[in-house]
Design a protein around this ligand. Structure first.
Ligand code: B1M
Length: 216
């Protein structure tokens, strides 16, 4: 059934994807397994076909919308808040970038892990991130970028946090397909997640470190 789900996602067949996702859940397959073994591999194929010119934006959009629908079905099953009360995370996709599937997935898993998530959406400017940090006083600010052309906005946001005197009050976590650990280090970000699971692990470590006074 997982192979059929992958194929239906690639084809952008929403009804079939919704039905198969529900059926897999009903048969006892975990939400994480459905994600890792059916849906994410499907989006990988869509990305490869987009790169090679085998499929075009309208088809990619169809798969993307279908993926969002499946994520909504999985959302209540992605963890039960086992670490409830871990603090607030503000997340958003940077300015000029409207990719949000990965960012939303990261948000859902963070929520499942026990964080309160404020999702600012897509195309979030440095100043909007700064305003949100002022408003919500989060433990972590999470930025996502999927385009090499929008990566510089992550650096802009960190600079804007510094300028606003807020950099010491919030940890910065970044991710997205073109982001690497080396890029995160170069930027002075506090954490990087290659995927949603790693983002959650890193976020938990960051709040644990903040709660434990460093030995001098
Ligand atoms: Co776009 N797009 N796209 N696209 N798109 C990519 C990113 C691309 C790699 C495709 C390709 O050429 N193979 C390419 C970027 C090339 C580059 O810059 N290097 C690309 C391009 C070029 C474009 C346009 C410019 C195309 C055009 O118009 N000519 C355009 C740009 C629009 C814009 O943003 N201004 C565009 C548009 C679109 C659609 C609207 C059609 C659609 C987005 C729909 C949506 O998101 N609502 C779309 C899609 C779907 C993709 C691909 C195919 C899939 C992205 C995705 O959702 N993956 C993508 C190809 C690819 O990445 N393989 C592509 C699934 C998702 C679960 O993974 O987002 O990587 P991902 O998230 C992961 C990790 O990265 C990580 O965890 C997530 C879960 O494991 N992660 C974080 C993400 N954020 C994190 C934050 C964290 C931590 C971890 O901490 C806070």
């Amino acid at each position: 059934m997982k192979e059929q789900l992958t194929e239906a996602l690639i084809a952008g067949n929403t009804d079939t994807v919704n039905a198969l996702t529900q059926a897999l859940l009903a048969s006892g397959t975990s939400a994480r397994e459905i994600l890792d073994e059916a849906l994410l591999p499907g989006m990988e194929v869509v990305g490869a076909r987009m790169r090679s010119g085998e499929c075009f934006i309208p088809e990619v959009l169809l798969s993307a919308r279908t993926m969002q629908g499946a994520l909504e079905i999985l959302k209540p099953h992605l963890g039960a808040g086992e670490g409830a009360g871990l603090g607030t995370i503000v997340i958003g996709t940077v300015e000029g970038d409207l990719h949000d599937i990965g960012k939303n997935l990261v948000g859902m898993l963070l929520q499942g892990a026990g964080f309160a998530v404020v999702n600012l959406g897509t195309g979030v400017s440095a100043q909007q991130f700064v305003a949100a940090v002022r408003q919500h006083s989060p433990a972590i600010l999470g930025m996502s970028a999927l385009l090499t052309t929008t990566l510089p906005h992550m650096a802009e946001t960190i600079a804007a946090l510094q300028e606003a005197g807020l950099r010491d009050q919030v940890k910065v976590l970044i991710g997205g397909a073109p982001v690497t650990q080396a890029f995160a280090d170069e930027l002075g970000a506090d954490g990087y997640g290659a995927n949603a699971g790693m983002a959650v692990d890193r976020a938990k470590t960051l709040v644990a470190q903040a709660a434990t006074p460093q030995a001098i």
